[in-house]
Design a protein around this ligand. Structure first.
Ligand code: NIG
Ligand code: FE
Length: 406
């Protein structure tokens, strides 16, 4: 008799548990098993010691393979319509991202396409992406609004995010990003747009979101505007997170620390003092290696943040402009090869770091009480993730104790 979400994963040659208080300590076990009941991990240890009561559960025997916690992708914009392949090609030819945006393209062209799309169409397009992400091992995903920039479309995007979480076996964390950029119709009335975001748009969207984000940069919102928006979010029960200092250093990381943001993301242009402030505030630094790759920008030094005592996460930032990338395993490879993290730090940042960046302490780790989310690798060790960056090494995905796709 098996209840859904009950399973023993056995025959694990190498098990990454992250069951440690030390960031980057993967707390690896060998010849291990994980027991899951009602979607929650109930036991982890040496397979020969599996307690009697769990011996009757259905078994997934992974025959000596490596197992890691499910990936937590803490920064995505997967709900969007249209694409920007033309913009990408022009950028490879030398066009600047900021110039396209200033000319009314870039994010604003995705806004036009998203406003024109119906809710079902947005669900269908995003579900296609999220399903691929899930099959690639992402079991928790943050999804932002931010391509609506009007009350109705921002709400629609957040409804789409919730529907994805109901229709697919992935846990969705929704973030309100009404302050992505100033839409064209408010171009000469920025203050009126900030009023809209902090007022009617926030009233309509807060019930559907957990976090409030703002793109605080020279091409988007300045520090004072961002502070107003994040504080309005806090007043509506939304926890703050920030797109910080991506294109230039405007003081966004400092603002994130000041408002007690859960996470500050991008961080291409932070100073040592900014990193010290993030460490002090307990704000997680989310690095987005796919953006540097797609933008052909220098990779930020994630190791410098790590060594400054900041909790580090990595995420895809999956979006049609700066990084249409879906696979967290590829981010692990990029962060290890290009951003100065060790392979252990990089994997930790993609699992436990992501969980902390979303304030979800019960995942990105495999300990009793945690969600039964894990990835079986077609490889003997987690080191193969950065070592073989273009091979699909995900053999099976378990989300809340259920094998995905079976
Ligand atoms: O995280 N930096 C701002 N927002 C996104 C890009 C969105 C877009 O270009 O469509 C980012 O990179
Ligand atoms: Fe982003």
């Amino acid at each position: 008799v098996s209840d859904p979400g009950a399973l023993v994963v056995g025959g694990i040659g190498e098990l990454v548990t992250n069951a440690s208080d030390v960031p980057g300590d993967l707390a690896v076990l060998h010849d291990a098993a994980v027991a899951i009941e009602a979607g929650t991990v109930v036991w982890v240890g040496d397979e020969t010691r599996l307690p009697g009561p769990y011996r009757g559960l259905p078994v997934l025997d992974v025959a000596g393979r490596a197992v890691v916690p499910g990936f937590v992708d803490a920064h995505t914009h997967v709900v969007f319509a249209g694409d920007r392949a033309d913009e990408f090609a022009r950028r490879l030819g030398g066009e600047r991202y900021e110039d396209r945006l200033a000319a009314g393209g870039g994010i604003l062209s995705t806004v036009a396409a998203t406003r024109a799309a119906g809710e079902d169409e947005l669900v269908a397009q995003a579900a296609d992406r999220v399903e691929r992400m899930l099959r690639a091992g992402t079991t928790t995903i943050e999804i932002k609004s931010g391509y609506g920039l009007d009350v109705e479309t921002e709400r629609r995007m957040l409804r789409v995010a919730h529907r994805l979480g109901h229709e697919l076996p992935v846990d969705v964390v929704a973030t309100f990003l009404g302050a992505h950029v100033v839409p064209a119709e408010y171009r000469d009335r920025r203050d009126a747009y900030v009023d809209l975001v902090c007022g009617p748009m926030m009233d309509a969207c807060a019930p559907l979101a957990e976090f409030c984000d703002v793109f605080c940069d020279e091409a988007a919102f300045d520090v004072d505007e961002s502070r107003r928006i994040l504080e309005a979010g806090i007043a509506h029960g939304l926890r703050p997170r920030v797109h910080a200092d991506q294109l230039s250093r405007v003081g966004a990381a400092r603002l994130a620390a000041e408002v007690g943001a859960v996470a500050a993301d991008h961080l291409d242009h932070v100073s040592d003092e900014d990193l010290a402030a993030l460490a002090e505030a307990g704000t997680v630094a989310v690095f987005l290696p796919g953006v540097s790759l797609s933008m052909r920008a220098p990779y930020p030094d994630a190791r410098r943040a790590w060594d400054a005592g900041v909790t580090v996460a990595i995420a895809t930032d999956c979006n049609p402009g700066t990084a249409w990338m879906e696979r967290m395993s590829f981010m692990v490879a990029l962060a290890a090869i290009e951003m100065g993290l060790t392979p252990s730090q990089s994997l930790w940042a993609a699992t436990r770091g992501g969980a902390l960046a979303l304030a979800r302490p019960d995942r990105g780790r495999l300990m009793p009480g945690d969600r039964g989310d894990l990835v079986v690798l077609d490889a003997p060790s987690h080191l193969h993730i950065p070592y073989r960056p273009d091979t699909d090494l995900v053999g099976a995905v378990v989300a809340a104790g259920r094998v995905v796709g079976r």
